[in-house]
Design a binder for this molecule. Sequence first.
Ligand SMILES: Cc1cc2nc3c(=O)[nH]c(=O)nc-3n(C[C@H](O)[C@H](O)[C@H](O)COP(=O)(O)OP(=O)(O)OC[C@H]3O[C@@H](n4cnc5c(N)ncnc54)[C@H](O)[C@@H]3O)c2cc1C
Ligand code: SF4
Length: 328
Amino acid sequence: MQDFSYARATSRAEALALAAEGDTAILAGGTELLNWLRIGIAAPGRVVDISRTPGMDGVEALPGGGARIGALTRLNDAAQHPLIQHSYPVLSQAILKSASAQLRNLATIGGNPLQRVRCPYFRAEEPTPCNKRAPGSGCAALHGFNEKHAIFGWTEDCVAVQPSDPAAALAALDAVYVTERRDADGRRIPARSFHVLPSEDPTAHTVLEPGELIVSIEIAEPATRSAYLKLRERESYEYATVSAAVVLDLDGEVIRRARIALGSVAMRPWRLDEAERRLQGQRLGGPEVEAAVDAGFAEARPLSSNAYKIRLARNAVLRTLNLATRAS
Ligand SMILES: Cc1cc2nc3c(=O)[nH]c(=O)nc-3n(C[C@H](O)[C@H](O)[C@H](O)COP(=O)(O)OP(=O)(O)OC[C@H]3O[C@@H](n4cnc5c(N)ncnc54)[C@H](O)[C@@H]3O)c2cc1C
Ligand code: SF4
């Protein structure tokens, strides 16, 4: 591990000022960053600790409905907050399925969507062709170990997936990442386009720019009928093979609006736009529901070893629709 200096921000202005200086990595909970430092994924000259910056944590109701979650809110605190549990069960469930209880006590909701891919070539301790680690070096996973990799939105330059559970729930909720920068205006970035697809830039993970901090995450409206399903090789302390986040707006037995985001199937939480469109006006449990979900998978493309993920994800969506229907 390369030596680095350490600084702790005592105010938001100081955090933004320190973040804007070059050769700097931000530390919030540190549960992801420390792995990068150890493996050599990141080798900054300075680490800036923002974990105790005042005014960047906690959950509050927004005027007129909705919720704001401070970026430094610990995952467990966000999941167990009454407003999140009651109005956004999909998010509470997704968070509680993430990592372990100990990690969730430290990890923050702002740091979680910024975790990088779990691709074994990206995380390798020896040099391996990987466009995300070494731009232009190629993609070892394309014809290598790719059982857990993408079925949507990949290119030959990168076939990895974004593994965050909360990010999938936030995409289904149409949440917004609120950012601030020292030298430019802050931004409001829709969760569904926060992560970068390989066709846009195979070397990038998110649209966040150097020095830009997430200060909060906002969700516009309550979504009590919602559910999250995570399918994985073991029931705890494991990343998703696929996950599904569903948010439903019902009129009796009829679907007024459905929002569906899949996790761990692409480099960003993958909204099933075509399925959502076809589900509108359908009766719950009707035969058209399966056909509508199938339409969402028309553009799915398997790699050499992961065709099973298409069926797994399709069935996960159907199960999660049922779970959300029963939620109240
Ligand atoms: C063993 C293990 C298992 C895990 N399993 C899961 C799982 O099943 N599901 C899941 O979703 N996640 C899982 N994770 C990931 C974990 O949830 C993340 O490591 C954690 O949420 C990251 O948050 P953090 O605050 O610790 O980020 P940090 O490690 O502090 O930061 C990571 C990076 O994010 C950036 N950053 C952090 N906060 C901000 C901010 N406010 N603004 C701008 N940039 C910021 C910085 O660039 C920083 O370098 C697992 C992690 C581990 C170690
Ligand atoms: S899938 Fe992406 S992260 Fe994995 S080796 Fe290929 S370029 Fe690297």
